[in-house]
Design a protein around this ligand. Structure first.
Ligand code: ADP
Ligand code: ADP
Length: 219
């Protein structure tokens, strides 16, 4: 079963006379239970691909389906609704509200989409190893804890697809390992995980690696 499928994606950015072809016919598929790492030099289109998969941006050509439902070429409100039900997004800048503690952040992400069969806040915090930090504010957390709190927020809606942009960008070895291991275990329980990364460690835990170059899949 497919968590996300992108077919022949094109994305042009226009500013004045300048036109950048950020994506030039990119096709990517992530099955449920699979972890895919997306690599490529700076400017190769990785972030553009991620926001198109998340329905945060619209491709100019091609189509994106998430868990069998088309998310591209639909009104923003419908994309947002589909995203809220199906997708967890973990961005580089952490996705936490600074004046709420960890528990309230996860609860907020969860109450936005009450979903049957979803995990409780405490269960989620326990899974990412943050039960003891539930009452801490984001600024009181270490880098590794911040990344894991962001992951708990991204998982709060029980998504079919988890999209992560450099989730371990600023972490050292042990903290990075821990976050990658969590991302991977989320995939093994039946959701698709796609990680945009530079990290050799992330490549090691991935089932498949997609390399982008100049807006195309190079390998
Ligand atoms: P990566 O994530 O691999 O570094 P990006 O997807 O950010 O690559 O960028 C791909 C190309 O699209 C780059 O040439 C970048 O300059 C361009 N680009 C990205 N976002 C915009 C934007 N909002 N406006 C204009 N050009 C953009
Ligand atoms: P991790 O390996 O998960 O990044 P660390 O070993 O960096 O964790 O941190 C261990 C403990 O030290 C954590 O409980 C964390 O709260 C505390 N800590 C680390 N850095 C900071 C910081 N900048 N501010 C407050 N507490 C911190």
């Amino acid at each position: 079963e497919i968590a996300v499928e992108a077919r022949e994606l094109y994305r042009f950015y226009r500013s004045g006379d300048e036109e950048t072809l950020a994506l030039r016919g990119v096709s990517v598929q992530v099955r449920r239970g699979e972890t895919v790492a997306v690599l490529g030099p700076s400017g190769s289109g990785k972030s553009t691909l991620l926001v198109c998969l998340a329905g945060l941006d619209e491709p100019d050509g091609g189509a994106v389906h998430v868990a069998g439902e088309r998310i591209s070429h639909r009104p923003e409100s419908e994309r947002a609704h589909l995203r809220a039900r199906r997708i967890g997004v973990l961005l580089q800048s952490d996705n936490l509200i600074t004046h709420l503690d960890v528990r309230a952040n996860v609860r907020l992400a969860q109450t936005a989409v009450p979903r049957a069969g979803g995990r409780g806040v405490d269960e989620l915090l326990d899974e990412v190893g943050l039960a003891h930090r539930a009452r801490a504010l984001p600024q009181e957390l270490s880098g590794g804890e911040l990344a894991r709190a962001g992951l708990a927020v991204a998982l709060a809606n029980g998504p079919d697809l988890l999209l992560a942009d450099e989730p371990t960008g600023e972490l050292d070895g042990a903290a990075e390992q821990r976050v990658l291991e969590l991302l991977r275990s989320r995939a093994s329980e039946g959701r698709g995980v796609l990680i945009v990364t530079h990290s050799p460690e992330a490549v090691r835990v991935a089932d498949r690696v997609v390399v982008l170059r100049d807006g195309r899949v190079a390998s």
